[in-house]
Write a protein that binds this ligand. Structure first.
Ligand code: C2E
Ligand code: MG
Ligand code: MG
Length: 429
């Protein structure tokens, strides 16, 4: 039997399984083994636009890049544009190697940019760090594939690591969808609110609507489990419409009751932007009411601006022309670029909680946050710092020039009744 793939010269799948298993059985104790699963985004499109032989060349180039990468033990091409490879590293070098992995993706894509200029060459990369060398190789491959699929088409992260959470999301997929559909039909999806605070004024200046789903056993499923499931199935659109209608109705109710209302933000999944009628659909709903649009803010995740810039800018502009506020959510979580800030037609930048946490614990990171806040202030962009948990964190970012905060220091997302009682009677700022 031929042990090598004709196009790439890599092992065929069966041979890979055999050799990789043997290698793991005889693993050296000071080595860490990592399995990497890669394919291209929109490979069909590349084949169609450039011809199959151009597609083949790209696969061959990727295969060559991978086998020449330091640490690569073996690789194979199970099918089409999909390549899996086993790497081994010194155990304590993994932190550095992770960085190299990011560069592999960037270098490969950049070096093919010109040749394939009609499409963006992009790789979906899933990584499974092998914790137990006796785990069957097929199970390790499954894990790396789960990680790869979790970032399919996501241009804002260089790769995904397999985690237990990804497994939970995958397992939850078939179970959660019927639970969601039933909850939607019975209007039982919970909408929680988390306040945004002005430090200077010492009070609330807005709030974010965040959803919760109730599981069959009565426990609450957090959004980081059910949102990815709903995004994969497209059902997140139904969720967002539900939340938006709910928020419009609440604002209207509160105003009619004579309460002091603050702007409420609703998260909009990127999937909405594939619908040409998005703005008209929102307006149709909004026009049922009679309150000013600046009570409503839409949060759109940073990554969406990278992936689908053309698709979204126009819709965002229209939403703003209609008077709604737009914020970029989770800024700094992925590949943020200062360039982007200049061209984004948005009102507010929400600095990502992870980005802030990681940055505030070292000198360089602090300087970056400080510089970023300064630039945003200079171009008169509003800033909200997410994930503020301690007074110390508040103090640092406040001194850097950010006044608006959201985080557990003030309140977690809380049920709507609590929120009304606690905040919505307060005088707005
Ligand atoms: P997000 O829009 O960035 O919302 C902020 C998340 O940060 C919330 O998580 C909130 O509970 C959490 N958070 C706020 N302050 C702190 C803090 O001080 N420390 C920590 N550790 N976390 C804090 P949550 O509610 O679990 O929501 C997660 C994500 O799910 C949201 O991130 C948003 O992207 C998505 N999501 C939630 N509801 C909806 C929805 O109705 N539609 C859509 N499309 N996405 C939603
Ligand atoms: Mg948000
Ligand atoms: Mg956020």
């Amino acid at each position: 039997m031929d042990n090598n793939d004709k196009l790439t010269g890599l092992y065929v799948f069966d041979e890979f399984l055999k050799v990789a298993s043997e290698r793991l059985d005889n693993a050296e104790s000071d080595k860490l083994y990592v399995l990497i699963s890669i394919d291209f985004s929109k490979f069909k499109y590349i084949n169609r636009v450039y011809s199959y032989s151009a597609g083949d060349k790209l696969i061959k180039d990727l295969a060559d890049t991978i086998v020449n990468e330091e640490g690569c033990v073996i690789a194979c091409r199970p099918y089409s544009d999909h390549i899996i490879s086993l790497f081994s590293f010194e155990k304590d070098a993994w932190v550095v190697e992770k960085e190299r992995l990011k560069q592999l993706q960037d270098n490969f894509c950049n070096s093919h940019k010109q040749e394939y200029s009609k499409t963006s060459v992009h790789l979906n990369t899933g990584v499974c760090v092998i914790e137990d060398n006796s785990e069957p190789i097929t199970s390790i491959i499954d894990k790396a594939n789960i990680a790869r699929r979790s970032v399919k088409g996501n241009y804002s992260v260089p790769y995904a690591m397999y985690t237990q959470k990804l497994q939970t999301i995958k397992e939850a997929e078939s179970r959660l969808i019927p639970i969601f559909e039933k909850a939607l039909e019975n209007e039982e999806i919970l909408v929680y609110m988390q306040p945004k605070i002005s430090v200077k004024k010492g009070g609330i200046k807005g709030a974010e609507a965040l959803t919760r789903l109730i599981d069959e056993d009565g426990s609450i499923v957090p959004p980081d489990i059910f949102i990815p499931v709903l995004e994969n199935s497209g059902k997140v659109l139904d969720l967002d419409w539900y939340v938006m209608k709910y928020v419009f109705k609440k604002i209207d109710e509160w105003l009619k009751e004579g309460r002091t209302v603050v702007p409420i933000s609703v998260n909009l999944s990127k999937l909405h932007f594939y619908h040409d009628s998005l703005v008209e659909d929102i307006m149709r709903e909004f026009e049922k009411y009679n309150f000013p649009p600046d009570y409503v803010e839409f949060e759109v995740t940073e990554s969406v601006f990278f992936e689908e810039a053309d698709l979204i800018i126009d819709k965002i502009e229209k939403l703003r022309q209609n008077g709604f506020k737009i914020s970029v959510d989770d800024f700094g979580a992925g590949y943020s670029s200062l360039n982007l800030i200049g061209i984004l037609p948005v009102d507010i930048i929400k600095l990502d909680k992870g980005f802030i946490k990681n940055s505030l614990n070292n000198r360089k990171g602090k300087d970056i946050i400080k510089g970023l806040i300064r630039i945003l202030n200079e171009i008169e962009m509003d800033i909200v710092c997410e994930g503020i948990e301690t007074k110390a964190e508040e103090k640092i970012v406040y001194e850097f020039g950010c006044d608006s905060m959201q985080g557990f220091l003030y309140d977690k997302p809380i049920p709507i009744d609590n929120f009304e009682n606690k905040y919505i009677l307060m005088k707005a700022i």
